[in-house]
Write a protein that binds this ligand. Sequence first.
Ligand code: FO1
Length: 326
Amino acid sequence: MRIVVPAGGIGGARFLRGLRAALGTGAPTTGEHSTESTVTVIGNTGDDITLFGLRICPDLDTVMYTLGGGIDEERGWGRADESFTVKEELAAYGMRPTWFGLGDRDTATHIVRAQMLAAGYPLSAVTEALCDRWKPGVRLIPMTDDQVETHVVVDEGEGPRAIHFQEWWIRHRAALPARQIVSVGAESSTPAPGVLKAIAEADAVILPPSNPVVSVGSVLGVPGIRDAMAAKTVVGVSPIIGGAPVRGMADACLAAIGVETDAGAVAEHLGADLLDGWLVDEADAGTEAAGIEVRSRPLYMSDPAATEALARAAVDLAVELSEAEG
Ligand code: FO1
């Protein structure tokens, strides 16, 4: 099977580990794809930020490290066995910002990326080069090679102002009410090379339990991607269980766009023209969303076996629905 997955950070990366196991693709050791199944990940780049002359791509790196075996499991982002000496030295020079967790090992990734971008390589080529080392066992393509950044409009009393998503997310823990979430540059961006082809050739598209606004939403916001996906069988996994996000602060993002933090409301937000199937947790059994086949099953990715079973269930539902569509 050829599966395409628009993915964001931690939840999406963990789901992809289960999907890779469920399909038996790309064992990271050999880096080879098994002949029968492939997974193409369309990575969110809206989280990207330029700091200290480095281009940092959190969601691309989280997928690459998680599937390549370099992730810090406890944090869910950045490298295992990490240190923060460069961060401390920058702070000693009075460099701003100090709120971003710039790891020493992670900095090597940012230097390679900054150097290749400066040499004129597009982000998709940089990502391919970085993945040559990590061998994630999936094909990882950024949603676009153009610069698209998620900025958040907040008002701390002196009137509305936009701050970068990372500042809102890390410095303010998304606690500053977001009046608007803007994907700066999205409207003039184009899908990266290979994105539309991968979608056209896919047997199914699976939306992982990533943030539906700033991760999956950002990918869908690149002109052309949502329409291409809507033409395929699409199954999503709810990132909301029992009215709360499983991890992260998707509720703060959903509030910003006026969508209720509810498994059914997120499915309806994504739209029946896009979604064919939607997996919700047993806590949300009975959820209905017009025009969408909703099924309930355990959604917590509590261990690798549970994650693989969840991914298998998503694939099975996609096969069932695509056969039903005929
Ligand atoms: N998330 C944090 O909560 N605190 C951090 O200091 C932090 C640093 C960081 C560095 C590199 C990287 O790839 C990700 C990092 N993240 C951090 C996660 C990042 O904010 C992601 O964009 C979110 O997890 C949303 O996907």
